[in-house]
Design a protein around this ligand. Structure first.
Ligand code: SF4
Length: 425
């Protein structure tokens, strides 16, 4: 009998086969590529020379779930601060590997600050920003030499805002000689991909192992990113770091990143992601981590935190009770995860439904592990709670939110606490 799902096709394509790069700090190993789960990473926006401020932000990003954190290392003060940041993180019990982001002077900083070179777990090199003319190759080689000396992986991260101009000129000249020249857009794609792959090949010629190289080619347009990565993925087997550069603020940044990354990951392309959101003034930097996790989780690629399914609300539920409950329970679940992750293994598989009225409330609630159907306008002020598909009780009064949270907590304890070393799922 033909399986209906295989007939209609469901789920992402098989992951693209790639080498596996290991990013290590102490006993913590983060695998990128080689079929490992897609890694979520982030970047600080503090002044790296501010040791305490940077360490605190790294801690927040790591606690939100960032599995690698990148910091800019832009001058001597920043390079000198890196070992102190690492020590501060050690004191705070944070073992997230740190990635150093270098431009223009990375070769000098890594040479002059060996403790910085050791404290970082990976170096990001932008081949468009390592130097001009004859210096370019020498300075790139010096950075690769440092990576070899300290046994660190590198990300060769090309960005179309800082494309290697000499390489672009070469590709444009080649194009001009074609009987039918390519479009400007195609030339740009070719330049990005060539820069990444030729730099990686050069790094290997210089002695860096092929499994210590991750590639990225970031652009800011969704269709451009998809086209570039499809081609990059076809032309090499290095693990790929995905990200839409300068994605923007608020919903635009989230939507653009989601659109681009989802298409690629559905095609099996991408081994680590970073969501480059511009934070709102005073906004939380951890949002980029949460968005990255939510993209992976809603696509069914990874699980990080229990999912809250909530209806959008409509004219049938005009009070804000249901919106507040959905928001409260979502924040509650996310805030518990740093502790729950180890205390209640498998809890990230839990689904909680918060529904606004009787139309879809009971039905959707029955599909979740725990669901609540709040009373819509004109309905009797009672909120039936469903546990594992069956109606368990009805909440009433003005303490519905607190009582529902207690029920969720009780469910977590009774279903996910390991019993005699056996892990529930
Ligand atoms: S469940 Fe009720 S309140 Fe929610 S969207 Fe549907 S009809 Fe509207």
């Amino acid at each position: 009998m033909t399986d209906f799902l295989s007939e209609i096709g469901s789920g992402p394509k098989l992951r693209r086969a790639s080498r596996s790069a290991k990013v290590v700090y102490g006993t913590r190993e983060v695998l990128v590529g080689g079929g490992a789960p897609v890694v979520v990473q982030s970047m600080t926006n503090t002044d790296t020379a501010d040791v305490i401020g940077t360490a605190i932000q790294i801690k927040e990003l790591a606690r939100a779930g960032s599995e690698l954190v990148r910091i800019t290392v832009n001058n001597a003060e920043a390079a000198a601060a890196v070992p102190a940041i690492r020590e501060q993180l050690d004191r705070m019990g944070i073992d997230v590997p740190l990635v150093g982001d270098f431009h223009y002077n990375g070769h000098t900083l890594l040479n002059d600050f060996p403790d910085c070179a050791r404290a970082l777990s990976k170096y990001r090199i932008n081949p468009g920003n390592v130097g001009q003319g004859a210096k370019r190759d020498t300075q790139f080689a010096q950075m690769i030499e440092m990576a070899c000396r300290y046994d660190k992986p590198v990300r060769i991260g090309v960005n179309w805002g800082s494309l290697d101009q000499a390489l672009l000129a070469r590709i444009m000249d080649d194009n001009a000689r074609r009987p039918t020249p390519w479009s400007v857009q195609a030339v740009m794609y070719q330049a990005l991909i060539t820069s990444a792959i030729e730099s990686a090949q050069k790094a290997e010629e210089l002695g860096l192992a092929g499994d210590k190289i991750i590639l990225s080619c970031k652009v800011s347009g969704v269709q451009d990113l998809i086209a570039v990565y499809r081609e990059l993925a076809a032309r090499c087997d290095y693990p790929l770091h995905l990200g839409l550069t300068e994605a923007g603020m608020g919903s635009k940044g989230i939507v653009a990143s989601t659109a681009a990354l989802s298409v690629l990951m559905q095609e099996g392309i991408g081994d680590t992601i970073r969501i480059s959101l511009t934070p709102e003034p005073g906004g939380d930097r951890c949002k980029e981590v949460i968005v990255g996790q939510e993209i992976l989780q809603t696509m069914g690629l990874r699980k990080f935190t229990p999912m809250v399914i909530a209806c959008p609300g409509c004219g049938r539920t005009t009070s804000t009770v249901f919106q507040e409950l959905a928001d409260d329970i979502q924040s509650f679940l996310r805030n518990q995860m740093p502790v729950w992750k180890s205390q209640y293994p498998g809890v990230e598989n839990m689904n909680v439904a918060v529904m606004g009225c009787i139309v879809n409330g009971p039905g959707e609630s029955k599909h979740a592990n725990i669901g609540i159907s709040l009373p819509g306008t004109g309905e009797s002020p009672a909120a039936p709670v469903f546990i594992d598909g069956a109606k368990a009780l009805t909440l009433r009064g003005d303490r519905i939110a607190e009582e529902f949270q207690d029920i969720v907590l009780e469910y977590v304890k009774s279903h996910y606490a390991p019993v005699h070393g056996v892990i529930n799922n």
